[in-house]
Design a protein around this ligand. Structure first.
Ligand SMILES: C[S@@+](CC[C@H](N)C(=O)[O-])C[C@H]1O[C@@H](n2cnc3c(N)ncnc32)[C@H](O)[C@@H]1O
Length: 247
């Protein structure tokens, strides 16, 4: 690595979003992230992956990637990725993310994770939201939805949807449907495009505050002996239901 990219990395790392691995970088570039520095332990192998899997961003990756010795790469990342690729992206401004979440009329739901605890779940939900074209993912509570472990689990798809932390009292406008095993059967409901879909925490379910905001509690089909589903799978089923029944 020439000195300039390494200097850039150290200058930017504290405030930037770490893109860990080829797929995270591919998604971030594809969805318009500002990526000031990107490294690979084997640049030719990374570009061969791009030829195979992401020809649409191949030229952009070729312009970005600098080859570095493996020891340099492992010193830059907390946990080496099998593809030997890492990059830093500029975290989108909070004001811009909030504007996307607040924009009306809304053509796709906002997902709310009420005080989530598990970073991997949060990343999986952001990946789902990106895949279904949801407007965004809002978290309440202390978890940072831009934590590096969340970004890793989200495969760089934070840049394909709006992601912010908010107070429960500041949720975007729209009818709130809260998912809870005690609710009405989701299959009997058509979810509107401006729905705010709220899910409780892994440990204790929905907070009293979110329950109070909800216009309706909805349940996913589940046989009686099972207590609950995993948070991310609950979001997957609900977004699938929205996509399959949307008018
Ligand atoms: C792991 S569960 C929470 C379990 C928690 N022990 C509780 O008391 O609710 C996380 C979230 O997933 C959603 N969820 C899980 N199973 C569900 C079901 N059968 N119907 C509706 N929502 C469900 C809910 O939003 C729930 O708060």
């Amino acid at each position: 690595m020439t000195a300039a990219p390494l200097t850039d990395w150290h200058r930017l790392a504290a405030d930037a979003v770490l893109l860990d691995g080829f797929h995270a970088l591919k998604h971030a570039v594809r969805f318009g992230a500002d990526v000031p520095v990107a490294v690979a332990t084997d640049r030719a192998a990374a570009l061969a992956l791009a030829d195979d899997l992401a020809p649409d961003v191949r030229d952009a990756l070729a312009a970005l990637l600098t080859e570095v010795p493996r020891a340099t790469y492992t010193a830059l990342v907390p946990r080496p990725h099998p593809t030997g690729v890492a990059a830093l992206a500029v975290r989108p401004e909070r004001a811009g993310q909030l504007a996307v979440l607040a924009r009306l009329p809304r053509t796709a739901p906002v997902v709310v994770l009420d005080q989530p605890r598990n970073l991997g779940n949060a990343g999986a939900v952001i990946r789902l939201a990106a895949g279904f074209g949801a407007t965004g993912v809002v978290t309440t509570g202390t978890l940072d939805p831009w934590h590096p472990t969340v970004v890793r689990a989200g495969a760089g798809l934070h840049f394909a949807t709006a992601v912010e932390r908010l107070e429960a009292a500041q949720l975007p406008a729209g009818p709130v449907f809260a998912l809870d095993p005690e609710g009405d059967d989701l299959r009997d409901v058509t979810l509107p495009d401006d729905a705010v879909l709220a899910f409780g925490s892994e440990r204790s379910g929905l907070s009293a505050e979110l329950r109070a905001r909800a216009g309706q509690l909805l349940s996913l089909p589940m046989r009686p002996q099972v207590s609950s589903y995993n948070l991310a799978t609950s979001v997957a089923m609900t977004l699938y239901h929205w996509s399959a029944t949307a008018r």
